[in-house]
Design a protein around this ligand. Structure first.
Ligand SMILES: [Zn+2]
Length: 150
Protein backbone atom coordinates (compact mmCIF):
# COMPACT_ATOMS: atom_id res chain seq x y z
CA UNK A 1 0.00 0.00 0.00
CA UNK A 2 1.51 3.31 -1.05
CA UNK A 3 -1.36 5.73 -0.88
CA UNK A 4 -4.53 6.20 1.08
CA UNK A 5 -7.66 8.15 0.44
CA UNK A 6 -9.44 10.11 3.11
CA UNK A 7 -13.09 10.23 3.95
CA UNK A 8 -14.74 12.76 6.21
CA UNK A 9 -17.38 11.01 8.30
CA UNK A 10 -19.57 11.73 11.27
CA UNK A 11 -18.88 8.38 12.92
CA UNK A 12 -15.93 6.11 12.34
CA UNK A 13 -17.46 2.99 10.73
CA UNK A 14 -17.18 -0.35 12.50
CA UNK A 15 -15.54 -2.01 9.55
CA UNK A 16 -12.68 0.02 8.16
CA UNK A 17 -11.92 -0.32 4.51
CA UNK A 18 -8.25 -0.81 3.79
CA UNK A 19 -6.52 2.22 2.40
CA UNK A 20 -9.11 4.66 3.70
CA UNK A 21 -8.40 7.19 6.40
CA UNK A 22 -11.65 8.06 8.15
CA UNK A 23 -11.81 11.48 9.73
CA UNK A 24 -14.47 12.48 12.21
CA UNK A 25 -14.11 16.17 12.86
CA UNK A 26 -17.04 16.19 15.30
CA UNK A 27 -15.36 13.56 17.46
CA UNK A 28 -11.84 14.80 16.82
CA UNK A 29 -10.60 11.43 15.79
CA UNK A 30 -9.07 9.68 12.83
CA UNK A 31 -9.02 5.94 12.20
CA UNK A 32 -7.70 3.66 9.51
CA UNK A 33 -6.84 0.04 8.99
CA UNK A 34 -3.10 -0.50 9.51
CA UNK A 35 -1.27 0.36 6.30
CA UNK A 36 0.79 -2.83 6.39
CA UNK A 37 -2.37 -4.73 5.59
CA UNK A 38 -2.56 -6.63 8.88
CA UNK A 39 -6.10 -5.37 9.41
CA UNK A 40 -5.55 -3.87 12.86
CA UNK A 41 -7.51 -0.73 13.53
CA UNK A 42 -5.34 2.30 14.07
CA UNK A 43 -6.99 5.09 15.99
CA UNK A 44 -5.23 8.42 16.07
CA UNK A 45 -7.11 10.93 18.24
CA UNK A 46 -6.63 14.57 17.36
CA UNK A 47 -5.50 16.75 20.23
CA UNK A 48 -2.67 19.11 21.10
CA UNK A 49 -0.80 16.17 22.62
CA UNK A 50 -1.83 13.47 20.17
CA UNK A 51 -2.08 13.79 16.41
CA UNK A 52 -2.56 16.80 14.23
CA UNK A 53 -4.38 16.59 10.96
CA UNK A 54 -3.61 18.78 8.00
CA UNK A 55 -6.10 19.02 5.19
CA UNK A 56 -5.07 21.06 2.18
CA UNK A 57 -8.35 20.66 0.32
CA UNK A 58 -7.14 17.65 -1.62
CA UNK A 59 -5.22 15.42 0.71
CA UNK A 60 -4.52 14.90 4.36
CA UNK A 61 -1.42 14.55 6.46
CA UNK A 62 -1.08 13.26 9.97
CA UNK A 63 1.58 14.38 12.34
CA UNK A 64 3.51 12.82 14.01
CA UNK A 65 4.19 9.44 12.47
CA UNK A 66 2.07 6.42 13.23
CA UNK A 67 3.96 3.88 15.27
CA UNK A 68 2.00 0.72 15.80
CA UNK A 69 4.33 -0.70 18.39
CA UNK A 70 1.44 -2.36 20.20
CA UNK A 71 0.57 -4.43 17.14
CA UNK A 72 2.33 -7.64 16.12
CA UNK A 73 3.38 -5.93 12.86
CA UNK A 74 5.04 -3.02 14.75
CA UNK A 75 4.73 -0.97 11.57
CA UNK A 76 5.76 2.63 11.55
CA UNK A 77 4.90 5.11 8.83
CA UNK A 78 3.99 8.65 8.01
CA UNK A 79 0.87 9.69 6.17
CA UNK A 80 1.72 12.80 4.22
CA UNK A 81 -0.54 14.16 1.49
CA UNK A 82 -2.32 10.81 1.31
CA UNK A 83 0.99 9.03 0.69
CA UNK A 84 2.42 6.45 3.01
CA UNK A 85 6.04 6.83 3.79
CA UNK A 86 7.46 3.83 5.64
CA UNK A 87 9.63 4.84 8.50
CA UNK A 88 11.19 1.54 9.44
CA UNK A 89 10.38 -0.56 12.45
CA UNK A 90 10.86 0.66 15.93
CA UNK A 91 13.49 -1.05 17.94
CA UNK A 92 12.87 -1.47 21.66
CA UNK A 93 14.94 1.58 22.50
CA UNK A 94 13.00 3.78 20.09
CA UNK A 95 9.69 2.47 21.41
CA UNK A 96 10.73 3.33 24.94
CA UNK A 97 12.00 6.75 23.94
CA UNK A 98 8.87 7.43 21.96
CA UNK A 99 6.66 6.54 24.88
CA UNK A 100 8.74 8.63 27.24
CA UNK A 101 8.64 11.60 24.90
CA UNK A 102 4.89 11.19 24.60
CA UNK A 103 4.42 11.09 28.36
CA UNK A 104 6.72 14.06 28.79
CA UNK A 105 4.84 16.17 26.23
CA UNK A 106 1.53 15.27 27.81
CA UNK A 107 2.81 16.15 31.29
CA UNK A 108 4.12 19.51 30.08
CA UNK A 109 0.89 20.27 28.27
CA UNK A 110 -1.37 19.44 31.21
CA UNK A 111 0.87 21.24 33.66
CA UNK A 112 0.66 24.36 31.48
CA UNK A 113 -3.09 24.00 31.18
CA UNK A 114 -3.46 23.46 34.92
CA UNK A 115 -1.41 26.54 35.83
CA UNK A 116 -3.36 28.82 33.49
CA UNK A 117 -6.59 27.33 34.80
CA UNK A 118 -5.65 28.03 38.40
CA UNK A 119 -4.61 31.56 37.44
CA UNK A 120 -8.04 32.09 35.94
CA UNK A 121 -9.64 30.67 39.06
CA UNK A 122 -7.68 33.10 41.19
CA UNK A 123 -8.77 35.97 38.99
CA UNK A 124 -12.36 34.90 39.36
CA UNK A 125 -12.01 34.74 43.13
CA UNK A 126 -10.47 38.23 43.17
CA UNK A 127 -13.26 39.61 41.01
CA UNK A 128 -15.92 38.05 43.19
CA UNK A 129 -14.23 39.47 46.27
CA UNK A 130 -14.16 42.92 44.72
CA UNK A 131 -17.78 42.69 43.78
CA UNK A 132 -18.84 41.69 47.26
CA UNK A 133 -16.65 44.50 48.61
CA UNK A 134 -18.41 46.99 46.40
CA UNK A 135 -21.83 45.76 47.33
CA UNK A 136 -20.92 45.81 51.02
CA UNK A 137 -19.86 49.41 50.55
CA UNK A 138 -23.15 50.07 48.92
CA UNK A 139 -25.07 48.66 51.80
CA UNK A 140 -22.78 50.40 54.26
CA UNK A 141 -23.27 53.67 52.46
CA UNK A 142 -27.02 53.30 52.53
CA UNK A 143 -26.92 52.40 56.20
CA UNK A 144 -24.83 55.48 56.99
CA UNK A 145 -27.24 57.67 55.10
CA UNK A 146 -30.14 56.09 56.93
CA UNK A 147 -28.40 56.66 60.26
CA UNK A 148 -27.66 60.26 59.34
CA UNK A 149 -31.31 60.80 58.56
CA UNK A 150 -32.44 59.59 61.95
ZN1 LIG B 1 -0.01 -3.69 10.57
Amino acid sequence: MKTVRHEFVEYIPEKLEEGVVYISVSYGTVAHSCCCGCGMEVSTPLSPTDWKLTYDGESISLYPSIGNWNFPCKSHYWITNNKIRWAGQWNNKEIKEGQQQDRFEKAVYYEKKRSTASKEDRKLVEETKEESHVSANGIWGKLKKWLANL
